[in-house]
Ligand binder design. Structure first.
Ligand code: C2E
Ligand code: CMP
Ligand code: CA
Ligand code: CA
Length: 398
């Protein structure tokens, strides 16, 4: 069925019958629809739905036959919502929410069955294979969230630090704090395992707080080693969008910083382009942070939602070029052009450029020749624990 086709019906026309296969849902543009079930030959009305309401969605979501029959009560215009349109959206939902949705549908179907006199039915959840896989995913996610919360309670999260160097001199000029989870059994768990679960829940707020506090706590020792003779040094802390727009973020940041007596110019907040979609609240917060003197970097630039108009509005100090551009620039002329124009644009906007994910000497030299001031990457050093970071030389010799 084509997208957003309109089905026009006369009063009393049947739309579909219970037990039919569901191939689309409907959005009522005009008119009213009766939802009913058949009990021993008589109709039992369940609900009348009207303009702006949706029906016929259940069988698409749980891949079972229509749970009830539907008939136009008056002349109707129904916008057809095709199966794929709906399923694409269901698929993009968090697995836990998806499981809850299934549970609700299961309950609604049981209610209808009870009205039919069919006695309490057994749950279909767990019986059908695709549902089983989904349920497993949801339960695993709930389990992971529980373990992360316990890990936060037990103070198992800490920053690792990756040096950011001046490409011209090799001197370490700062570092990026990257979260690591030292689980009870001693294994070091990488963000790829837990970051999504954190970002989708309030856990990111607790983790963000831990990272901020520990990075600021570790900063004096780093300054002692790398900030001698007044050399500039910064610690860069990744801040997720959700954390950034949480009321009280700036006050919290100020509280943590002022406890350590460090000036805000030593703390850089790394935000991704997604922050630009958070609206004026995020922009106000950015301006407030900048006004107070914090450095602001745009992370992973060019990989996501990029609006140059927003970029010009944001009071940024740094632009980080994503590793994906670096990887391609040596072999692909177009990627090299993108990198060159990013550098040029950053220059016009008076932003420092930091290239991230430098994996070879050739990349580093090319970036330096293109005028990039700072870089970080495995070619120099992987992120390391504080004591290892403090043992690094003040400058890299190339
Ligand atoms: P990111 O902010 O883009 O951080 C850079 C990632 O690239 C880090 O991965 C780093 O270890 C890795 N990396 C650095 N140099 C190289 C290189 O030369 N080659 C390769 N292949 N990778 C390199 P990591 O530590 O696994 O972090 C992954 C992502 O998790 C980060 O990407 C960031 O988005 C998120 N993240 C990490 N720590 C935090 C945090 O404290 N708060 C928030 N909100 N997000 C964090
Ligand atoms: P579906 O099962 O695809 O087809 C029948 C539709 O009727 C169903 O989707 C829901 O939109 C709706 N429906 C089923 N049962 C009820 C109920 N108990 N109350 C309200 N609406 C229902
Ligand atoms: Ca980052
Ligand atoms: Ca990045």
């Amino acid at each position: 069925m084509s997208q957003n086709q309109v089905r026009r019906l006369r009063a009393n026309e049947t739309i579909f019958l219970e037990g039919d296969e569901g191939d689309c849902a409907y959005l009522i543009e005009r008119g009213r629809v009766l939802i009913y079930i058949n009990v021993h030959g008589s109709e039992v009305p369940l609900r009348v739905v009207g303009q702006g309401e949706v029906f016929g969605e259940m069988s698409l979501i749980d891949a079972q036959p229509r749970s009830a029959s539907c008939r136009a009560v008056s002349d109707c215009d129904l916008v057809v919502v095709n199966k794929q349109q709906l399923l694409d959206r269901v698929k993009s939902v968090d697995p836990v929410v998806r499981l809850l949705m299934r549970v609700l549908l299961d309950r609604l179907r049981s209610q209808n069955d009870l009205l039919r006199g069919k006695g309490p039915p057994e749950s279909v959840i767990g019986k059908l294979d695709p549902l089983e896989a989904e349920k497993k995913e949801a339960l695993e996610r709930i389990g992971l969230e529980h373990r992360i919360a316990s890990g936060l309670d037990a103070d198992e999260f800490e920053p690792f630090y990756q040096p950011v160097i001046c490409l011209a001199t090799g001197a370490i000029r700062g570092c990026e704090a990257l979260i690591r989870w030292r689980a009870k059994d001693g294994t070091l768990v990488m963000p790829a395992v837990f970051m999504d679960a954190m970002e989708e829940t309030h856990l990111i707020l607790r983790a963000g707080q831990v990272m901020l506090e520990k990075s600021v706590r570790d900063l004096p020792a780093m300054l002692e080693k790398f900030g001698r003779d007044g050399a500039k040094f910064f610690v860069s802390v990744n801040v997720s969008g959700r954390q950034f727009i949480e009321p009280g973020f700036v006050e919290d940041l100020e509280r943590v910083r002022s406890r350590s007596n460090l000036p805000p110019e030593l703390i850089k907040l790394e935000l991704t382009e997604r922050i630009m979609t958070e609206g004026t609240q995020a922009l106000d917060c950015l301006q407030e942070c900048r006004r107070r003197g914090y450095l602001l970097a745009i992370d992973d630039f060019g990989t996501g939602f990029s609006s140059l108009q927003y970029l010009a509005q944001m009071p940024l100090t740094d632009l980080k070029i994503d590793r994906s551009f670096l990887q391609k620039m040596q072999t692909d002329e177009k990627s090299l052009s993108v990198v060159k124009s990013l550098i040029h644009m950053a220059g016009l906007l008076r932003l420092n450029v930091i290239a991230e994910g430098i994996e070879s000497r050739e990349q580093m030299e090319l970036l330096r020749d293109l005028g990039v001031s700072f870089g970080q990457g495995f070619f120099l050093t992987k992120p390391v624990a504080l004591d290892e970071f403090l043992a690094l030389p003040e400058r890299f010799e190339f």
